[in-house]
Write a protein that binds this ligand. Structure first.
Ligand code: ARG
Length: 406
């Protein structure tokens, strides 16, 4: 009988490194590792060699940055999807793409099992597995961290040492970090106490706003149909644009978030995020929508944004509802073309100007000068009819002649 083969979602960190050897022994299987490069700076170097040294028969590393931004991040940006009103969801957007990568590699390698290194209490196990189920329902998913014998990182390190698995010799980072181009998530260590404010070393890429430059940075972002395409009048690829904004924002202390959030499994957790590019682009994109979308679409889209954010966070990227709501969002983005000028300064973002050929802002209607063309008298009839239900309620509640307030 042919030897079993398993495709492992491999990051190069301790968990997935230990996992390669552990799966190989436990299932007497050949291990193929698949690593998706989504812009993580820290762990990608030497990841292929590391996987092979750890015992994989084949190590695949795929640069998925452009696909990540254009097919995944842009959808979330156009939707203004911020989980619980704040988290731009770098990690949550990356998982469905990594699930797709696992499925693609599994098909290519002709295997029937894939494995991931997510713990049994997080969101990522849900995103990986629901993603795989939605794309390849017959694939078996193995989640060793939910069942294996190791109860701590020390025990994993011990196992790694015993089996000559290369792990970083540097002083152990007390945090659990997940990183891609759109943002970084940092948890564990002292951050587990929500009464403690994050120490300086919790931040991986952003400068403390107090130590950021004393003069502001001015940037102009150009959008076409809801997608950012230009930075300071220069057309850039998605990867270039987001990388430049990440580096600039980080230098100005922009994009730090310290959030308590509700996980899919019901646990409240505390996480630090650094997402300079995401926060800058969401700010600019929303500004443009304020200028261009009509009132009803703008208001309706706010509800859709919230729903889309929940679907992404909850691992339902490949669900029919997500697809349908994205079609709605795309229709709203038809005219979201224009420019937004921003000022970055000591961790803040200020909008300086916005412009679009599709702007619905009409100065003659808005002005309080003699240029005003708005028909003030028509408001009289409008308000009488508009307020009629409430006037009727008040009259029924209060039939006596004297006026009573409240
Ligand atoms: N809380 C974030 C999410 O669910 C990030 C999860 C991973 N965080 C980490 N520090 N490894 O999307």
């Amino acid at each position: 009988m042919a030897k079993r083969k398993i495709v492992v979602a491999y990051s190069g960190g301790l968990d997935t490194s230990v996992m390669v050897k552990w799966l190989k022994d436990k299932y007497d299987a050949d291990i193929v590792t698949a690593t998706g490069f989504l812009g993580q700076v820290k762990e990608i170097e030497g990841v292929k060699e590391k996987a092979l040294k750890t015992g994989a028969v084949k190590a695949i590393v795929l640069d998925l940055r452009e696909e990540f931004l254009t097919n995944y991040v842009w959808k979330a940006l156009k939707a203004s999807a911020l989980y619980e009103g704040a988290y731009p969801m770098a990690c949550a957007i990356g998982r469905p793409l990594l699930a797709k990568m696992l499925v693609d590699v599994a098909i290519e390698e002709g295997v029937d099992s894939v494995a991931h290194g997510c713990t049994g209490k997080g969101n990522d196990q849900v995103r990986f597995e629901v993603g795989v189920q939605s794309l390849a329902p017959r694939l078996d998913v193995i989640a060793p961290l939910r069942t294996w014998e190791f109860k701590s990182r020390e025990e994993e390190m011990e196992y790694a040492r015993k089996h000559n698995i290369p792990v970083k010799a540097t002083k152990e980072n007390p945090y659990s970090i997940d990183e891609n181009l759109w943002g970084i998530a940092v948890e564990c260590g002292v951050l587990e106490d929500p009464t403690v404010s994050p120490p300086d070393d919790a931040y991986q890429i952003t400068v403390d706003p107090k130590n950021s430059p004393d003069t502001p940075a001015l940037i102009t972002i150009g959008f076409e149909k809801g997608i950012p395409i230009c930075l300071n009048e220069i057309e850039l690829s998605a990867v270039e644009l987001v990388s430049q904004l990440r580096d600039l924002g980080a230098a100005y202390g922009v994009g730090r978030l310290d959030l308590i959030e509700n996980r899919v499994v019901g646990i409240k957790s505390r996480e630090i995020y650094e997402a300079p590019a995401a926060v800058i682009l969401h700010t600019a994109h929303s500004e443009l929508e304020r200028l261009i979308l009509d009132k009803e679409t703008f208001r309706y889209k706010q509800n859709v944004s919230n729903k889309i954010a929940n679907l992404i966070y909850d691992g339902l990227w490949y669900s029919p509802l997500f697809k349908s709501l994205c079609a709605f969002v795309d229709a709203t983005q038809e005219n979201i073309t224009g420019e937004v000028k921003l000022e970055l300064y000591k961790g803040t973002i200020k909008t300086l100007s916005r412009s679009s050929v599709y702007s619905l802002y009409n100065k003659n209607l808005a002005t309080y000068t003699v240029e005003d063309t708005f028909d003030h008298k028509s408001s009289d009839g409008f308000i009488k009819i508009y307020g009629l239900p409430y006037k009727t309620i008040a009259l029924v509640k209060n039939p006596a002649k004297e006026e009573v307030t409240v």
